[in-house]
Design a protein around this ligand. Structure first.
Ligand SMILES: Cc1ncc(COP(=O)(O)O)c(C=O)c1O
Length: 394
């Protein structure tokens, strides 16, 4: 048997506990609150089909040809116009089209991280960002969050203790996994601290457009005057994740490096998809579509919040998000979450245990709950079942 001489980046084992949870949870019989899936019945299938037909009819030879790594200029202009409505006035030249925002995170990590560097993230944070930082040899140090996002005094202390820090990674809107958002004051302080401690901020914002309550808060990048904030955006949650289309915007020097690294990775993002999304954005009212999704997610999020309060045992803590796709639950005491998971699966309902979302010191009584992918009726029934299982087991 050949013994392969893998690089040091490759994980030593093929353990994939999160993937296993999602595989078990994806059985059709199971009402799953586990994944991070948008509602497929809300995908604009007809409109995307019409846009695809139109661009193939009009520019078939161009859209099937190789293109430039930075991405289609017309699409970048349309994204810049859309981002202005979200409070970020960016030049399309400072923008790079990526294959989902996941690729944006990968390219940023590749650009900045040497083995032994540190990344600071919220604690808990988006699991797959932790995987990316680890792959490039970084240690991620978590900073605690509350309902207003990352605690800035703790961040300052952590920056002082970890001078090897290159990046501070945050998901400031309806964070994955907690559903909470970072306040404006903390966003301003984050930019000040980035200047003071000479680090970059990665502002990962897949959920910011899906706000159903409260006031929208300006993007961190809009508060930055020294080119320290890299913004990553995506069409995954506002149109459809299978399109794999995202973007990053940052200072020109950073975009120039990211462009090269992206080109080495995949030459450029799928050209047909870029044309289709540009055509979609020009032809249809994308904001009306986002408003429609948001209204539906509000019903689902509120239904899940109310059902957890009703059916989970006394002492359960949960977040109350103003948008996005997730809420976060802390069970009382010291429950065996894996056993609860198995028992829930036996009862045809699933969630994700919260521990893998912690870069360090996992809190094993936590769970991430996704509300976007199930109807209100399924949410009410599924949470009732979960509540009965949990109450029986703790
Ligand atoms: C916080 C966060 N960042 C990035 C992504 C990746 O999204 P995509 O690559 O589909 O744009 C996700 C997906 O769930 C996410 O939750």
């Amino acid at each position: 048997m050949t013994k392969y001489n893998f690089s040091s980046r490759v994980p030593l084992t093929n353990d994939n506990p999160f993937g296993e949870v999602l595989t078990v949870a994806s059985k059709p019989s199971i009402v799953s609150f586990a994944g991070g899936l948008p509602a497929p019945e809300l995908f604009p299938v007809k409109e995307i089909k019409a846009a695809a037909e139109a661009v193939l009819d009009e520019y078939g030879q161009t859209v099937l040809q190789y293109s430039v790594a930075q991405g289609n200029l017309h699409l970048r202009q349309l994204i810049a116009k859309y981002m202005k409505t979200r409070g970020l006035d960016d030049d399309p030249q400072n923008m790079l089209i990526t294959t989902g925002s996941q690729q944006g995170l990968d390219v940023i990590a590749e650009m900045m991280i040497n083995p032994g560097d540190k990344v600071i993230s919220e604690r808990p944070t988006y699991l797959s960002a932790l995987d990316v930082f680890k792959t490039y040899g970084a240690e991620t140090v978590g900073v605690d969050v509350d309902e207003h996002g990352m605690k800035m005094d703790d961040l300052e202390a952590t920056l002082k203790q970890n001078p090897e820090t290159k990046l501070v990674y945050v998901v400031p809107n309806f964070q994955n996994p907690t559903g909470n958002s970072m306040s404006l004051d903390r966003r301003k302080r984050l930019v000040e601290l980035a200047d003071e401690y000479d680090v970059l901020v990665v502002e990962d914002d897949p959920y910011g457009a899906i706000r159903y309550a409260g006031e929208s808060i300006p993007p961190i990048r809009s508060l930055d005057h020294n080119g320290r904030v890299i913004y990553t955006g995506t069409f995954s949650k506002i149109l459809a994740p299978g399109l794999r289309l995202g973007w990053a915007s940052a200072a020109p020097e950073l975009i120039a490096k990211m462009l090269l690294l992206k080109q080495f990775e995949d030459v450029h993002t799928d050209n047909l998809t870029q044309f289709v999304i540009a055509r979609y954005m020009e032809t249809y009212d994308m904001q009306a579509h986002i408003d429609h999704i948001t209204a539906e997610y509000e019903k689902r999020g509120e239904a899940m919040h109310a059902a957890i309060q009703k059916y989970f045992p006394a002492g359960t803590e949960l977040t109350h998000p103003e948008g996005g796709m997730f809420l976060w639950v802390k069970l009382p005491g010291n429950p065996d979450i894996d056993q609860i998971f198995d028992e829930c699966i036996q009862n045809n309902v699933a969630f994700v245990p919260g521990a893998p979302f912690f870069p360090n010191h996992p809190e094993t009584n936590t769970m991430r709950m996704n509300f976007s992918n199930r109807s209100v009726a399924e949410i009410e029934a599924g949470i009732k079942t979960m509540g009965a299982v949990i109450s029986k087991m703790i």
